[in-house]
Ligand binder design. Structure first.
Ligand SMILES: [Fe+2]
Ligand SMILES: [Fe+2]
Length: 328
């Protein structure tokens, strides 16, 4: 059968949320190069070697998740979403995932040597817990690599994506937020807080898509159990990962509590009940998130500490005259 190509029409809403999510995503736009993490060099030097190691590994792990989400997660999901407006929102998010993945390098380049950076990326490739996280989620994305997929496959891929966005990032976010809550590595944390704000809206949006698919499932209870089993499998891995990178800085128990808190948030984004008992999230981490320059709630506006935006170079007509010999 011949394919009919549809054009996206924003004048008639596809649903009652795509337009709102598009607007919110645009309001949150940022790029890493407009922040100045080099202000943290003195703070970095004041950290213990163990703390620096923990911080670098946390950022390495976060880079892996954003790379997976940008290169595989979002593109595979986009293919199987019918609404062209929802596809557009996902495309925008996909672009932001690439900015997130790059932004950790912007922090690395100001605090670590080239050799240090290469060591961290090699560590990411060899760390069994990080590789388990990536391969477990990727399996659900790869199940979408065919023209027609079952509603359950689509639900599981969307569910896995919400677990990545709303749950798996937080063992990594903990250390930059914890340091920032005490006035350390504050400039780099401005970047991290922008990423947290984005992951927050991504988790809510993809969660809504998952809930739409869930309503159409032939056996929703079975699919819910499958997703909860996946969450537990990933949770066990998160505990081990947390022990590996946080034991030397004495923060393991606090990070595990934060991991459970965010696992509950992922479940809520999917429309399910919380599964973990959470007593106390470390107040320093919450303090790190709530500094007034940046807000992480779903309806946050652009951060006000967009320092380099005053260094604007206005373009002139002659900037658009190219040497045709070098334009391909
Ligand atoms: Fe991201
Ligand atoms: Fe995301």
């Amino acid at each position: 059968m011949e394919t009919t190509y549809r054009a996206v029409n924003w004048n008639t809403p596809d649903n009652d949320y795509a337009g709102m999510f598009w607007e919110q995503n645009i309001k949150q736009f940022w790029v890493d190069t407009e922040y100045i993490p080099s202000k943290d060099i003195d703070s970095w030097k004041s950290l213990s070697p163990e703390m620096r190691e923990c911080y670098k590994k946390a950022l390495g792990g976060l880079t892996l998740l954003d790379t997976l989400q940008s290169h595989t997660g979002m593109p595979k999901i986009i293919d199987h979403i019918y609404s062209l407006q929802n596809k557009a929102v996902l495309s925008y998010m996909c672009m932001m995932e690439a900015i997130h993945a790059k932004s950790y390098s912007t922090i690395f380049t100001t605090v670590a040597t080239t050799q240090d950076i290469e060591d961290i990326f090699a560590w990411v490739q060899n760390n069994k817990y990080l590789q388990f996280k990536a391969s477990t989620i990727d399996k659900y994305y790869r199940a979408l690599e065919k023209p027609n997929v079952s509603q359950e496959d689509l639900f599981m891929a969307l569910g896995a994506s919400v677990l990545l966005e709303s749950f798996l990032f937080y063992s990594g976010f903990f250390i930059p937020l914890w340091l920032c809550g005490q006035g350390q590595m504050v400039a780099s944390a401005d970047i991290i807080k922008k990423i947290v704000a984005d992951e927050s809206i991504h988790g809510v949006f993809v969660g809504l898509l998952a809930q739409d698919v869930y309503k159409k499932l032939p056996n929703p209870e079975k699919s819910k159990q499958k997703l909860e089993a996946l969450l537990h499998e990933l949770y066990d891995n998160e505990l081990k990962y947390t022990e590996e990178i946080y034991t030397d800085v004495g923060l393991t128990a606090d990070v595990k509590e934060y991991v459970r808190y965010n696992a509950n948030k992922a479940l809520m984004n999917l429309g399910f009940q919380e599964l973990f008992e959470v007593k106390n999230v470390n107040p320093i981490v919450l303090n790190g998130l709530n500094l007034e320059t940046t807000q992480h709630d779903f309806f946050s506006k652009k951060s006000t500490n967009y320092e380099k935006s005053t260094e604007i170079v206005h373009l002139r007509d002659e900037d658009f005259v190219f040497d045709t010999a070098v334009v391909v």
